[in-house]
Design a protein around this ligand. Structure first.
Ligand code: GTP
Length: 315
């Protein structure tokens, strides 16, 4: 008969064995890619369920012990994430439970949770809307210095090159000068027709799909307001990618691009300014990648939290 006691007695447990020949403390040991459902409130008060991939780790401080107890971490992940909504308090409690399950073996714990958050986005003009799936990564760490939690996500947007726009405008001016003689009074109807023809736009600036990768630490006690963060960044850029698009939406997008010409440096500064002025954000890093259509390589900028008031305003 198989009682739990028998099982425990009969099965060797190599993890607890001493390791005299190959000793050493380890930085992190655990599991990555654990498949588990999560519940998350992205800031709209609605708890959404998602399929997540989890990394669960502790350090191994005892050089002489062969291994950690993987199953304890796994079961704790399942117990907490299956039944509770993910927030800072829950993740801190989970990491404390990791350490309690590894007393005298570990003094640091961390967890990473990756999933996609579906958000319904309205079209620019028409009454339509559609889904965006924003990747979310939560990285929580517990050590002697305390608990730390970072949220990572991505905003995809369009960036039209300001240099290319200026060069295109110059070509359009030159075409205009060729097509309309100086000295001859301008015929309003003829100019209007010219502007609506291919000649009125002989050159177009190049634009690229661009990605802002954000890593944010909220101030203690602030909720993980993902949607608030995304809205702030998308508004700062002005040209986030669209879901449902009718002609009127496409035209509004063209206007938004024309009014928001940007190099990757401009995009980085826009986001820096938007997040610097958000009192709920304690720290952030952002990487902007403009996947150029002019080049086979990308234009890239990095930015992080600036000095309050901005560098330009310091005397
Ligand atoms: N430490 C460790 N365990 C591993 C690894 N790969 C698979 N495992 C298995 O994870 C299983 C669960 O480990 P434990 O948590 O120690 O399981 P257990 O001894 O039944 O559980 P406790 O009694 O709570 O210690 C073991 O059967 C290990 O063989 C590895 O690389 N390291």
């Amino acid at each position: 008969m198989h009682t739990h006691e028998n099982t425990v007695r009969l099965m060797p447990d190599v993890a607890t064995q001493a390791q005299p020949h190959l000793a050493g403390a380890l930085d992190w040991v655990g599991m990555d890619g654990i498949e588990v459902p999560v519940r998350f409130d992205a800031g709209d008060g609605e708890v959404q369920r998602a399929s997540a991939q989890v990394g669960a780790f502790v350090n191994l401080t005892r050089p002489d012990r062969r291994g950690i107890h993987m199953s304890r971490l796994y079961l704790l992940v399942d117990q907490y994430l299956s039944s509770q909504t993910v927030d800072a308090a829950m993740l801190e409690a989970l990491l404390r439970a990791f350490l309690e399950s590894h007393q005298e073996l570990s003094d640091r714990a961390r967890i990473s949770i990756r999933f996609d958050q579906l958000v319904r986005r309205a079209a620019l003009r028409s009454d339509n809307s559609g889904w965006r799936a924003y990747p979310v990564s939560l990285e929580a760490n517990l050590c002697a210095e305390g608990f730390c939690l970072e949220l990572g996500t991505e905003v995809v947007y369009s960036s039209t090159c300001p240099a290319s726009a200026a060069l295109s405008r110059q070509l359009i001016q030159e075409q205009f000068a060729r097509d309309f003689d100086t000295g001859v009074p301008l015929d309003h109807a003829a100019v209007l027709a010219w502007l609506g023809s291919d000649k009125g736009i002989v050159a177009t600036p190049h634009a690229q799909r661009s990605v802002a990768r954000l890593l944010v630490r909220f101030v203690e006690g602030a909720p993980l307001n993902l949607i608030g963060l995304l809205d702030r960044v998308e508004q700062a850029l002005g040209t986030p990618v669209q879901t449902a698009v009718k002609r009127e939406d496409e035209q509004a997008f063209a206007l938004a691009n024309g009014g928001n010409l940007m190099f990757c440096e401009d995009a980085a500064r826009r986001i820096q300014r938007a997040l610097d002025s958000d009192a709920r954000i304690a720290d952030f890093h952002v990487r902007l990648e403009h996947q150029e259509s002019l080049h086979p390589h990308d234009a890239v900028a990095y930015a992080s939290k600036g000095v309050a008031g901005g560098y330009g305003e310091r005397s």
